[in-house]
Ligand binder design. Structure first.
Ligand SMILES: Nc1ncnc2c1ncn2[C@@H]1O[C@H](COP(=O)(O)OP(=O)(O)OP(=O)(O)O)[C@@H](O)[C@H]1O
Ligand SMILES: [Mg+2]
Length: 202
C-alpha cells in the first residue's frame, strides 16, 4: 500500500491541489485510490462536493490518531492532505508516522525555502517514530518554466540533503484555478505518479 502524505510547515504550499491532482492521476491509471482530508479546513472534501464526488474514496480525518485510522480507507494508494505543521502539529505528526512517502511541496521562493529549516527540525525529531523505509522527498511546485529560480532551488535543497523529485510542477493557471473542478489529464501530476511508483519500486 502506498501511503502518501503531503506535508509542510507552512500553509498555502499547494498541498491540497497536489493531493487531489495526484489522486486523479493514480485513479486514471486504474489503481484504487483513497484521499484522506486531514485538514480541519476540509478543502479537499469541499472540492469533492463541488464535483459531485470524486470518483474515488474521500474521507475527512482531521484527527491526531490519523496514523491508526487512515489505513481503514483500504486502497492501493492512500493520499493524505495534511494541514500545516505550524498550526496543526499533532495531526501532521501523526500523518508523518503513517506515511511511507512524505512529499514536501515547495515553491522556489525565498519564503518557502526559509521554512524548510523548521521542517527539518521536525523531521529530525521524528526520525525514530517515522517508518524506517519512508521516502521523504521535495516536490518543486509552482515553478516558473525557464526561470533560474527552479534549478537554483533544486541545487540548494539537494545541497541541504533533501531528495528532490525529478518531476516539477509548473506554475500554471490550469492548476491555480482548479479548485472545485475535475483535474485535466496529461499533466505533470501524471509524471509524478509514474515517478512515485518507480521510486517506491511498485
Ligand atoms: N502549480 C500551480 N500553479 C499555480 N498556482 C498553484 C499551483 N498549485 C497550487 N496553486 C495555487 O496555490 C494556492 C495554494 O494551493 P493549495 O490550496 O493547494 O495549498 P495548501 O497547501 O493546501 O493550502 P492550505 O494550507 O491553505 O491548505 C491556491 O491558490 C492554488 O490554486
Ligand atoms: Mg489545503
Amino acid at each position: 500500500m502506498l501511503r502518501i502524505a503531503f506535508v509542510n510547515a507552512k500553509p498555502g504550499t499547494a498541498k491540497t491541489t497536489s493531493a487531489v491532482w495526484l489522486a486523479y492521476a493514480f485513479h486514471r491509471r486504474g489503481l484504487s485510490v483513497a484521499l484522506a482530508d486531514a485538514d480541519p479546513g476540509a478543502s479537499a472534501l469541499e472540492w469533492s462536493d463541488q464535483v459531485d464526488g470524486f470518483p474515488f474514496k474521500v474521507a475527512g480525518l482531521p484527527v491526531r490518531d490519523f496514523h491508526r485510522r487512515a489505513d481503514d480507507l483500504a486502497a492501493d494508494v492512500i493520499i493524505g492532505d495534511i494541514p500545516q505543521i505550524e498550526d496543526h502539529a499533532p495531526i501532521a505528526r501523526s500523518a508523518m508516522r503513517w506515511a511511507n512517502v512524505l512529499i514536501i511541496p515547495v515553491a522556489p521562493t525565498g519564503i518557502e525555502l526559509d521554512r524548510m529549516s523548521p521542517l527539518r527540525n521536525v523531521l529530525e525529531e521524528m526520525e525514530d517514530v517515522m517508518r524506517p523505509d519512508v521516502h521523504t522527498c521535495v516536490l518543486l511546485n509552482r515553478v516558473v518554466t525557464g526561470a533560474a529560480s527552479g534549478p537554483s532551488a533544486r541545487r540548494v535543497l539537494t545541497r541541504l540533503g533533501y531528495t528532490v523529485l525529478s518531476t516539477a510542477i509548473p506554475r500554471l493557471e490550469v492548476f491555480a484555478q482548479s479548485f472545485g473542478a475535475e483535474p485535466e489529464t496529461n499533466t505533470a501530476y501524471d509524471q509524478l505518479a509514474t515517478e512515485l511508483l518507480e521510486v517506491t519500486g511498485r
